[in-house]
Ligand binder design. Structure first.
Ligand code: G1P
Length: 293
């Protein structure tokens, strides 16, 4: 059985919802507390044992590559100034040399096309996809649980989370059967952004996938779907005709940092649980709320 060693991060999106903040800065570099959003997602992948990080980037995303590189001058200055804590943290976050790859999605043709752009780097092995907008926050990293389930029951696995029925039109939605062993539920149906009232359930595709490499040849000829884009969900529907697909329910909280409210809430939630920030922030919030009353 093959291990999940590689993870694909589609980071080519324009971030138009966050203009003007994202005019010169990739949306993935906006910070949740003091770590870029993409760093939080890479943390999840590395905590799940992922060894090779594959970023599908686009124009104006070069700073993401710099972020995952050694900043030699900065390291030297920190060392000279005795800032060993900061230096240790930077070293801890640095992926080992040779374990990152960057490839470009040359045109904004959708998530399915972005994943397809990673085909040569992934090769013939099952792999993970993590959508950086979606922060999965819980006691256990979401992808770790998925990889454990995959080890027990090799299959394509899609993380899901309940959302209010009123929001199902914004996401991929899965219809599933009863929970079996390994916390997995067989997938009966998938639909990308179903029209209001047409969703098969309220289980949102939450942006964490384990996929077999057979997805690539399907994506190669996948026609455009919802929103005029080449959709990963549509290719998964085809793959599911011949290969097993399971859903994995994530127990923690998910912040959609692609929306302003999700981004702000993530900042508050992550800061409130930090011992160095939580108590002071709680006090500030309390003051702010009482002065506006
Ligand atoms: C993508 C997927 C969708 C999923 C969503 C999660 O949509 O196509 O199935 O539910 O991410 O954020 P997008 O947000 O790129 O429109």
């Amino acid at each position: 059985m093959k291990r999940i060693r590689k993870a694909v991060f589609p980071v080519a999106g324009l971030g138009t919802r966050f203009l003007p903040a994202t005019k010169a800065i990739p949306k993935e570099m906006l910070t949740v507390v003091d770590r870029p959003v993409i760093q939080h997602v890479v943390d999840e992948a590395r905590a799940a044992g992922i060894e090779h990080l594959i970023f599908v980037t686009g124009r104006n995303k070069g700073v993401i590559e710099d972020h995952f590189d050694q900043a030699y001058e900065l390291d030297r200055t920190l060392a000279e100034r005795g800032k060993t804590k900061e230096l240790d943290e930077l070293r801890r976050d640095l992926p080992p040399a040779g374990e990152t790859s960057f490839t470009r999605q040359q045109a904004p043709l959708g998530l399915g096309h972005a994943v397809w752009c990673a085909r040569e780097i992934v090769g013939e092995e099952p792999f993970a996809v993590l959508l950086p907008d979606m922060l999965h926050h819980g006691p256990e990293p979401c992808l770790k649980g998925m990889i454990e389930a995959f080890a027990a029951e090799p299959s394509n696995i899609i993380a899901v989370k309940e959302v209010p029925m009123s929001e199902t039109h914004q996401y991929g939605i899965l219809g599933v059967g009863p929970v079996g062993k390994n916390r997995l539920m067989p997938v009966n149906s998938m639909v990308e952004k179903p029209p209001r009232g047409k969703a098969p359930s309220n289980l949102m595709v939450s942006g964490r996938y384990i996929l077999e490499p057979g997805i690539f040849s399907i994506l190669e000829t996948q026609p455009r779907g919802a929103g005029g884009e080449i959709q990963l969900t549509d290719a998964m529907i085809t793959l599911a005709k011949s290969r097993p697909f399971n859903a994995y329910r994530f127990d923690g909280r998910i912040f959609d940092t692609g929306t302003k409210i999700g981004f702000l809430t993530a900042n508050l939630a992550y800061a409130l649980e930090r011992p160095d920030l939580g108590p002071a922030l709680r006090e500030e919030l309390h003051k702010g709320l009482s002065s506006s009353a």
